[in-house]
Design a protein around this ligand. Sequence first.
Ligand SMILES: *[C@@H]1O[C@H](CO)[C@@H](O)[C@H](O)[C@H]1NC(C)=O
Ligand SMILES: *[C@@H]1O[C@H](CO)[C@@H](O)[C@H](O)[C@H]1NC(C)=O
Length: 268
Amino acid sequence: MKTIIFVLSFTFLIISAQREQEIVNNRIVNGQDADISDFPHALSLLDLGRYICGASVISRNFALSAAHCLARNAPPTIYTLTGGSTNRLVGSIVFHVINYTNHPQYRTIRLSTGQVIWDHDVSVIEIDGNPSFEGHNNVRPTLLPNVCTSDCCGVCEGTVVTIAGWGRTHLGTIPMILQKLNQTIVNHESCGPFWENEITDRMFCVTATFYDSCDGDSGSGILNIDRHNQLGYVSFGSIICGDGSAPAVYGRLEHPEIRNFVREISGV
Ligand SMILES: *[C@@H]1O[C@H](CO)[C@@H](O)[C@H](O)[C@H]1NC(C)=O
Ligand SMILES: *[C@@H]1O[C@H](CO)[C@@H](O)[C@H](O)[C@H]1NC(C)=O
């Protein structure tokens, strides 16, 4: 699947030389350089030392990511989390994973286009506490939302949210410097048709025209505009990030099935 996505992206870049010109100098996808002190929850998730996804600090020993990042039944010890540094490769603190738990209802959905998307796409990751997430500059938990029993509480249409992550650029490279982006939540009903009506209440959608999250941002925290509360995590989006063909889709933390699961595993 990865290969297919890559080939598709690559083909697109060749066909669309014009567009490549527009995006070649921009980071994922047209975000801005961020400073870790503004996003101290932001972590990189590494698989045998290789960057695969983003994650967020939620307590002393627990982090949150997307389940599809950790869905190959690998032993927890192949994963590490790094954080505390704007530059992914310089000055990061390494945290050792001892356990991770994907949502029991985590599920893969294959669209008619062949693209795979996910529901209940959340994983709670536990570190060994040596070191823990406490006592470092620029490593700090987010505040998680309360359970919401109506249509939307913190993630209603028109709300502007902030994301930071090290997801890859259009040309396939993972940036060294943390990138940030503001996006606007779009109406749930209008988002569904872009995704073969597979958008559930465990998800919310944001505008992804030009500015977008991308491959490798998966699992990164979505915060409210003052950056204190975490509202969600990056789940999936258009294969050609930022092409505007479909809204990006994020996991919705305030949903009872998501929020209660996170609390059950992590205690927060
Ligand atoms: C996001 O919006 C906030 C509030 O308006 C602003 O302070 C911040 O600079 C914006 N961030 C980006 C990446 O545009
Ligand atoms: C991992 O976490 C799950 C869920 O909390 C728990 O049931 C399991 O015992 C944990 N495994 C280890 C080795 O701690």
